[in-house]
Design a binder for this molecule. Structure first.
Ligand code: NAP
Length: 253
């Protein structure tokens, strides 16, 4: 099969930011794309961008941490686009705080979206990949997996995704399924704008300071991550599995 074969991809958290750019990029790679986000209506701009470029996409509303919602979403994608054999677990949230101020709900909510969500989505989709004897799963981790002040919950979840990736790579490899992680550094998105706001910094000066600390001297854009996901979901990457690729403009966070 070539890259022109019709593959169906699911991208979670694809209404905006990295997920939206990834959905648009996979559609340009000739994948039919399910744009999954909390609210179906939130995905309409991503779907419109894909359709305007001649691609095929639907918006699907689902909270990835809700088992019934995930199963219903995957069933709907299968009925409307076809069996999904590409999954990008991108949906994410932050609930930053220093340990002594971190609520149990801040911990549980972050684990729920990143870890439980990625588990539920992968479990729901894997049977289609096994049937097809072909699949690509990409989990979006973070340089925060290496440790980041104020992010005990988020860094733990992002490190957990790396272990999840390596274990799925081992379990699913014999079915022609690869599983990899892309770990972004500092990327311009609503998430990083919210961080600047939370710590009381003006966005432009925060952005300039962060960019100055990155070896390539710029902040990342969502498309930088989409490009890496495009490689891991391509036909040509079939011998690359269980890897973590830091896409951060340099070797360290
Ligand atoms: P973003 O702009 O905040 O977008 C995240 C998307 O995920 C939003 O559309 C959000 O929906 C959706 N979402 C949140 N919880 C969900 C749930 N339970 N079910 C379904 N969708 C949900 O974030 P981003 O910066 O693009 O980040 C995307 C991914 O990259 C995340 O996993 C993040 O942790 C990771 N990452 C980002 C950076 C960075 O610098 N931006 C760096 C490293 C890793 P709502 O709008 O309704 O909340």
């Amino acid at each position: 099969m070539t890259d022109n074969a019709a593959r169906v991809a699911i991208v979670t958290g694809a209404a905006r930011g990295i997920g939206a750019a990834t959905a648009v990029r996979l559609a340009a790679d000739e994948r039919a794309v399910a744009v999954v986000d909390l609210e179906e209506s939130a995905g309409k701009d991503t779907v419109a961008a894909i359709e305007a470029a001649g691609g095929r996409a639907i918006a699907v509303g689902a909270d990835v941490s809700d088992e019934a919602a995930v199963n219903a979403a995957v069933e709907r994608v299968t009925a409307e686009l076809g069996a999904p054999t590409i999954l990008v677990n991108n949906a994410g949230i932050t609930r930053d705080n220093l340990l002594f101020k971190m609520d149990v709900s801040d911990w549980d909510t972050v684990m729920g979206v990143h870890l439980r969500g990625s588990f539920l989505m992968a479990r729901a989709v894997q049977k289609h990949m096994v049937d097809a004897k072909w699949g690509r799963i990409v989990n979006i981790s973070s340089t925060s997996a290496l440790g980041n002040r104020g992010q005990a919950n988020y860094s733990t979840a992002k490190a957990g995704l790396q272990g999840f990736t390596k274990t799925l790579a081992i379990e699913l490899g014999k079915f022609g399924i690869t599983v990899n992680c892309v770990a972004p550094g500092f990327i311009v998105s609503d998430m990083t704008k919210a961080t600047a706001q939370r710590i009381g910094q003006d966005w432009e000066s925060y952005l300039a300071a962060r960019a100055a600390a990155i070896p390539v001297q710029r902040a990342g854009q969502p498309e930088d991550i989409a490009n890496a996901v495009s490689f891991f979901t391509s036909e040509q990457s079939s011998f690359v599995s269980g890897q973590v690729l830091y896409v951060a403009g340099g070797p360290k966070a």
